[in-house]
Design a protein around this ligand. Structure first.
Ligand code: NAD
Length: 358
């Protein structure tokens, strides 16, 4: 057991229930908010209208312009609209993109965020913001961007296509896996992370069999909530670093990239992180967590080849150069050969193997 640690709890209210979306007015009332800007992606505008209609005149603006990675220009427009309409709060409905835009607004204006997540990405539980400009993504931490209230309604995830449910679930699982060997983890974050892995890995096969299985949807969303909370309270390592570089450099899809990379990083990291390995072995019921997760994702239909996801074969060098250039946390030092090993296996979608000798 870890006996030397610092643990800091983050503020935030969570309402978790099938049907929690109908409590939005109650929660907004509780916060005393009267002029809200609602953000979502263009695809989810119908859902946003439906969920916010009970709020009537309190909705000052429905702003359906969220896109992946929060381009600075998109955030600037949303910030300007928030000011023009005199908003006193922001409601985010959707996945990491919608919540990311709400964070872009909150970072600048300090507006409180009420979030209704519809994927398993977990951004709603973190004080981490991200903005992209000309192919470069900048991230940072600011307590003001952490949503004050999160309404988790598993019914909102019933429409998530099975393939995206799997990759989004693996995206969440990656947060928990890396929290298990985070340099600033604690016994509390380890408990939360292990429970999250157990819930997610158990739910994903059931979701693929029946995407409308509300118990499985609840278990996956519960796992995603826990994963988001450890993502917010610990420092992520090599896996998140590589996914950040891959996404930024080749515009690869976020959840799918996490899914394809995670088993390879775990194969290299877990031998150096015995407590994390034991926790994952127990949570997954396997002696080989890296291969278990690879086959779980692949058998559930996930694309495991970065090449198929859009990474060019000659892109390895760029990723390696960026990874060695910037420092990041990791349970074991990673040499250039390890990076090549991880990335070349992930490029072709091969099963993970431990690091090369020497
Ligand atoms: P997303 O929010 O971009 O959603 C992907 C697509 O799925 C969108 O078209 C969206 O409209 C649609 N969608 C969302 N929920 C749906 C549902 N229930 N049914 C049908 N369609 C639905 O994807 P994401 O993976 O949730 O988020 C990725 C983004 O979040 C990335 O930009 C990533 O960097 C960011 N992120 C940030 C943090 C953080 O802590 N700051 C954490 C995780 C992810």
């Amino acid at each position: 057991m870890q006996t030397d640690f610092v643990h800091e709890s983050r503020p935030g209210r969570v309402v978790f229930a099938a049907g929690a979306r109908t409590r939005l007015l109650e929660e907004v009332d509780r916060l005393g908010l009267h002029r809200l800007i609602v953000v979502c992606t263009p695809e989810q505008v119908g859902l946003a209208e439906e969920l916010t209609s009970p709020l009537g005149h309190r909705i000052a603006e429905l702003h359906p312009h969220a896109t992946m990675h929060v381009p600075v220009a998109v955030a600037s427009k949303a910030i300007a609209r928030s000011r023009e309409i005199g908003a006193d709060g922001c409601v985010a409905i959707g996945g990491g993109s919608a919540i990311g835009l709400a964070k872009g607004i909150a970072k600048d204006t300090g507006l409180p965020i009420v979030a209704l997540p519809t994927t398993y990405a977990g951004s709603e539980m973190t004080p981490v913001w991200g903005l992209s400009d000309a192919g470069r993504k900048t991230t940072g931490r600011d307590p003001r961007v952490l949503p004050v209230t999160v309404l988790y309604d598993p019914q909102l995830t019933l429409t998530l296509p099975p393939a995206f449910s799997v990759t989004s679930g693996l995206n969440a699982l990656a947060h928990s896996a890396e929290a298990l060997y985070a340099p600033d983890g604690s016994p509390i974050t380890a408990l939360i992370a292990a429970e999250s892995v157990r819930a997610l890995a158990g739910a994903l096969p059931r979701l693929v069999t029946d995407p409308r299985d509300i118990d499985a949807r609840s278990a996956a969303l519960y796992g995603a909530w826990l994963a988001g909370s450890v993502l917010g309270s610990t420092t992520m390592s090599l896996h998140h670093k590589l996914c950040h570089i891959l996404g930024g450099t080749f515009d690869l899809p976020h959840a799918e990239t996490h899914t394809a990379v995670l088993p390879h990083v775990l194969a290299v990291n877990l031998p150096a992180a015995p407590q994390a390995r034991t926790a994952l072995e127990t949570a997954l019921g396997t002696a080989d967590p890296a291969n278990h997760l690879f086959h779980l994702a692949k058998d559930l239909g996930a694309e495991m080849s970065l090449r198929t996801l859009g990474m060019p074969d000659n892109g390895l060098r760029t990723v390696i150069d960026q990874a060695v250039a910037a420092p990041y946390a990791n349970p074991t030092p990673i040499a250039e050969g390890d990076l090549r090993h991880i990335l070349s296996n992930a490029l072709i979608g091969a099963a993970p193997t431990t690091r090369p000798a020497g």
